[in-house]
Design a binder for this molecule. Structure first.
Ligand code: NDP
Length: 334
């Protein structure tokens, strides 16, 4: 299958690209600049440019941003839309967060409908943020649960809520598009919580690490020595399992039209610190000696059975994830 992957410079996309290539697919990824694209291609020297290439999409929020990118010869059959802002440096909530997430999602679906009739499967990287009902948790989180955040909440409640609202509204926009436009392709959305795991995407330094890996980086750099905060969410998935879910969702007939909650389980920040301590005793001096009080139990349950039944995901353990993440980070010079 020939697959377009958006946000090719991202943490999650890098693993999707690697797994797509391993599975024998042809991949074209989007990046904001030629330089970023060339760096990624250089990191895949062993891969022929017939199998891996890129196209520049400077700003996914722009009207018609993907019109050219979705056109290809031979044509694309699948699209993984991972690109979306995931950071908390927001000055203008609409411009920096909501527009790229929502318009980017709506925009790529329109571009596919108009210009890429060969595409039969689209997978959208949504988020647990599009499910989470902070302060009003259901007894069990499963695919039926939706966040109720609005653009108004995003404007008023700070960057974390703005990100959560951006993912909620983007996924809603995708399903609305499918209902209203009835395109020739099917949609699958994946709703992962915090994604941890080895960094394989091109980075100049660990200072530029993606948002969800900052905790582990800060722990091994001794930045949490005096205080380890507890996490605003308690759920996680290994990035390699998430990438597997993307690749399987492209081909598995039962994934068509489904929202799939991909989640390995619960974690506490102290368990990440403990796993580092156990696997890397040489880093012990950098780790916090005491932890802030953390929950003994969690305020809800989770149901990830659909991801196991439909996509056959076998989730990695937190210990394996932390070990591999730290090994990847230690390979960086800075
Ligand atoms: P990254 O920040 O590593 O990747 C985000 C990607 O989106 C980058 O390639 C980035 O490009 C691109 N992007 C963002 N805004 C724009 C824009 N306006 N125009 C063009 N490209 C843009 O994040 P992750 O890999 O962690 O996240 C990937 C997806 O997974 C996102 O949709 C995120 O919401 C979702 N997700 C991630 C979770 C996590 O814990 N990591 C949890 C749940 C969902 P550039 O590098 O040039 O900025």
């Amino acid at each position: 299958m020939k697959v377009l992957v958006t946000g090719g410079s991202g943490f999650v996309a890098a693993h999707c690209i690697d797994q797509l290539l391993k599975a024998g697919h042809h991949v074209v990824f989007t990046v904001r600049t030629t330089e970023k694209g060339q760096n990624i291609i250089r990191n895949h020297r062993e891969t022929s440019t017939k199998k891996l290439s890129f196209v520049v999409v400077e700003d996914i929020a722009a009207k018609g941003a993907f019109d050219t990118a979705v056109q290809s010869e031979p044509p694309f059959e699948g699209v993984l839309h991972t690109a979306s802002p995931f950071h908390f440096n927001v000055t203008d909530v609409k411009r920096d967060m909501l527009d790229p997430a929502i318009n980017g999602t709506r925009g790529i679906l329109w571009s596919i409908k108009k210009y890429a009739p060969g595409v039969s499967r689209v997978v959208l990287t949504s988020s647990f943020a599009a499910m989470a009902r902070h302060g009003n948790h259901p007894a069990i989180y499963d695919e039926s649960v939706w966040s109720s955040l609005t653009a108004h909440d995003a404007e008023l409640q700070g960057p974390f809520v703005a990100y959560s609202a951006s993912k909620t509204l983007a996924e809603q926009a995708a399903w609305d598009f499918m209902d209203q436009e009835q395109p020739n392709f099917t949609l699958t959305t994946l709703t992962p919580p915090a994604v941890f795991g080895p960094v394989v995407h091109y980075l100049d330094s660990l200072n530029a690490i993606n948002t969800s890996n900052t905790l582990t980086r800060d722990l091994i750099q001794g930045k949490m020595k005096n205080s380890l905060p507890h996490s605003p969410i308690f759920l996680w998935i290994d990035v390699r399992d998430l990438a597997t879910a993307h690749v399987k969702a492209l081909a598995e007939p039962k994934a068509k039209g489904k929202r799939i909650f991909v989640v390995a389980g619960f974690y506490r920040n102290s368990e990440i610190a403990d796993a580092i301590n156990k696997n890397f005793p040489q880093l012990q001096d950098r780790l916090p000696a005491n932890y802030a009080a953390e929950p003994l139990s969690f305020p809800y349950e989770i149901d990830n059975s659909l991801s196991k039944e439909i996509l056959g995901i076998q989730y990695r353990s937190l210990d394996e994830c932390v070990r591999d993440s730290v090994n990847a980070m230690l390979a960086f010079k800075a």
